[in-house]
Design a protein around this ligand. Structure first.
Ligand SMILES: *Cc1c(COP(=O)(O)O)cnc(C)c1O
Length: 456
């Protein structure tokens, strides 16, 4: 026992002394020490104390195939031995980068035939901004440079990603967003819908885009970007009326429509891409996370043919990353997507595990702490509310979610808190029995939280 404890302490001390963590309060971490995750298998993780944890979040929404898939590690090892690195600049390519491009054209919706690679969702959203600007220059409309996103949207943490996103707490630490990035209301019925039905509210939320375009002038707007379902913002599932209306408004105003598929892509909602689930056709899609199940860093921007042709007429597109199309990451993504196809994992999510997950999640609608249950496929959230009837939230949003998250942590379940929403997004290979285990633990943690805040 004591040697285990000692070694965890040593790791924590070393980490505290030298490692700056993303989205972390440095001083809080110094007191608590990091939890050291040491091993993963399927939907389970183990920490350095030997505790077994069920991962309800698939890492950061990315580990679709679960941990420990040997086909993926073997693909990486094979590629490293054969050709660990070469770039895709200056008219060169590698076999994995080329083969993956063809496979992506096959699995993405009609009209998407080209991909531009990066290593993260944030990087690829920077690429999106560069592509949009270049496209409108080539179309002879250089004034169309402003991009509209949404309050509480998340598009990454680089300067462009944070500007596209609408996270107030991130903007507060900049001068952010950068000029040329504006935001409209998020389609969050529970909080903003008032007396409207979800369907009515979906149209109203979409028409905020029309109003913003009228205010700024369509001749200044290049694109609108949104996640089909907002992930980090709290798994905000828009009403069904929302996306078709957004698409109509973009077409009517000659504005590019960008779907940030970093979370929804590669099966999360029961189809290959979230835009298919919600029935709209974007011009550009950003993909990352599930593309390689997180086993290697890779991301991509899928670009519709008409944009490729327009930009192609402009000579060199002066943009790219040293690791664009990294052969090892591409080999891993190829193996990942091949398994998704061969094992029909997305069909299983759509017809079996997704509906079962939503049914079990829906049982929380009766819980005294829960105001709303939202989700699609294998992603979902329960909204903590102070008063179910009036839909009133707790005043200090985030406090009760934090209490619940701590109970999950103590009880071997990873569930993420976003404000006062508790989120689940398990690996796509999760079984019904594992869903039951997650839901039973989640119920116990919600019960403990309800007791703590006097709502049980
Ligand atoms: C995670 C995420 C990003 C950013 O991806 P990184 O790989 O963390 O840079 C962008 N968009 C969405 C929707 C995301 O969830």
């Amino acid at each position: 026992m004591s040697t285990v404890l000692n070694s965890t302490r040593q790791w924590q001390d070393e980490d505290r002394d030298h490692h700056l963590h993303p989205f972390t309060d440095i001083n809080v971490l110094k007191k608590k020490g990091a939890r050291m995750i040491t091993r993963g298998e399927g939907v389970y993780l183990w920490d350095s104390e030997g505790e077994k944890i069920i991962d309800g979040m698939a890492g950061l929404w990315c580990v679709g195939l679960g941990y420990g898939r040997k086909e993926l590690s073997a693909a990486a090892a094979r590629q490293m031995d054969q050709l660990a690195y070469y770039n895709t600049f200056f008219q060169t390519s590698t076999m994995p980068a080329t083969e993956l491009s063809g496979l992506l054209a096959e699995v993405t919706p009609e009209g998407f035939n080209h991909v531009f690679y990066g290593c993260s969702g944030s990087e690829s959203n920077d690429t999106v901004v560069r592509l949009v600007w270049r496209y409108w220059d080539m179309r002879g409309k250089p004034g169309k440079k402003t991009i509209i996103g949404r309050i509480n949207g998340y598009h990454g943490s680089t300067l462009a990603g944070a500007s596209l996103g609408g996270m107030g707490f991130m903007h507060a630490q900049g001068p952010l967003p950068l000029p040329g990035f504006v935001h409209i209301e998020q389609p969050h019925w529970y909080v903003n819908g008032g007396d409207l039905s979800p369907a009515e509210y979906g149209l109203k939320a979409a028409r905020a885009l029309e109003e913003k375009i009228a205010e700024l002038g369509a001749e200044t707007i290049g694109a609108f970007i949104g996640e089909p379902i907002q992930g980090a913002g709290g798994v905000i599932v828009p009403p069904e009326t929302y996306w078709p209306e957004i698409e109509r408004i973009c077409r009517a105003n000659d504005i590019l429509l960008i779907s940030d598929e970093v979370i929804c892509g590669f099966g999360r909602t029961g189809n290959w891409f979230g835009c298919e689930t919600f029935g709209f056709e974007p011009d550009i899609m950003t993909m990352a996370k599930g593309m390689s199940s997180g086993y290697a860093p890779i991301s991509g921007v899928m670009v519709k043919d008409h944009i490729v042709e327009t930009i192609g007429d402009g000579g060199e597109f002066a943009h790219g990353y040293t690791y664009s199309g990294h052969p090892v990451s591409c080999a891993v993504a190829l193996a990942n997507i091949t398994i998704l196809k061969d094992e029909k994992i997305i069909d299983i999510v759509r017809t079996d595990t997704g509906p079962y997950f939503q049914k079990r999640l829906g049982e929380f609608a009766d819980h005294p702490l829960i105001g709303e249950v939202r989700g699609k496929g294998l992603v979902g959230a329960v909204q903590i509310a102070r008063d179910k009837k009036s839909r009133a939230l707790f005043d200090d949003v985030g406090r009760v979610g934090g209490i619940c998250r701590d109970h999950c942590f103590e009880n071997g379940l990873i569930m993420r808190a976003s404000g006062d929403s508790m989120l689940l997004s398990p690996p796509l290979v999760v079984t019904r029995a594992e869903i039951d285990e997650m839901m039973d633990k989640a119920r116990m943690c919600l019960d403990l939280t309800a007791r703590d805040v006097g709502l049980s």
